[in-house]
Design a protein around this ligand. Structure first.
Ligand SMILES: *[C@@H]1O[C@H](CO)[C@@H](O)[C@H](O)[C@H]1NC(C)=O
Length: 188
């Protein structure tokens, strides 16, 4: 038992050392796996439209990594409600709380969420010639999806900043354009 733990640690160390010799590998974010969409049980997918729910038999890539963070990290900004009764479902993962639509908060894709390391940190989001600071409160899970825990929604893309209404307002985006747009962000 102890031996196998030692062996595992040794191999992990080896992988760590080897990967450091090839820094380009660290810059590339490849899928960690794939999942096959399942038909949600009736009324189980939280999206009313159903258009975002997992499509049966469709292959979805999963990611545990996200692109490297820089001074202006490219991302896709999407919208979500972190309020109680909002489309976000459960309370936010960082603090087990709900957050008002009027509060600038975001969820980050798994790699950027970094196992909670960015929780309660602020990031600065740039778009439309403006910028706004928003607090990280949740994860958008890129590593899993299409199951009950993820409301039968596909895994998130690995480059998402999922933002509350307040962020879209703060960036001065007309309501008619809310939904999805390219932005850049950095740690604030
Ligand atoms: C970020 O996006 C811009 C505009 O689409 C592009 O020109 C640039 O190469 C991207 N940067 C990275 C690091 O992907």
């Amino acid at each position: 038992m102890k031996n196998s733990v030692l062996q595992t640690s040794f191999y992990l160390l080896l992988i760590l050392i080897i990967s450091n010799f090839f820094p380009t590998n660290a810059e590339t974010c490849r899928p960690s796996g794939h999942i096959i969409g399942r038909k949600p049980p009736p009324g189980q997918c939280m999206e009313n439209s159903d258009s975002l729910c997992c499509i049966p038999h469709k292959l979805y890539s999963t990611y545990k990594c996200s692109p490297p963070v820089s001074a202006n990290t490219n991302a896709t900004l999407t919208i979500n409600s972190f309020q109680k009764g909002g489309d976000g479902g459960d309370p936010s993962k960082c603090d087990n709380q709900y957050h008002s639509d009027d509060s600038p908060v975001v969820a980050l894709s798994t790699g950027w969420y970094k196992n909670g390391e960015r929780c309660r940190n602020f990031i600065k989001i740039h778009a439309n010639g403006r910028s706004i600071k928003a607090m990280v409160v949740d994860e958008c899970d890129s590593s899993m999806g299409c199951d009950k825990d993820h409301e039968y929604l596909p895994p998130c893309q690995n480059n998402l900043v999922v933002a509350s209404k307040a962020v879209w307002e703060g960036l001065g985006i007309p309501v008619t354009n809310w939904g999805e747009m390219p932005v850049t962000w950095t740690d604030a």
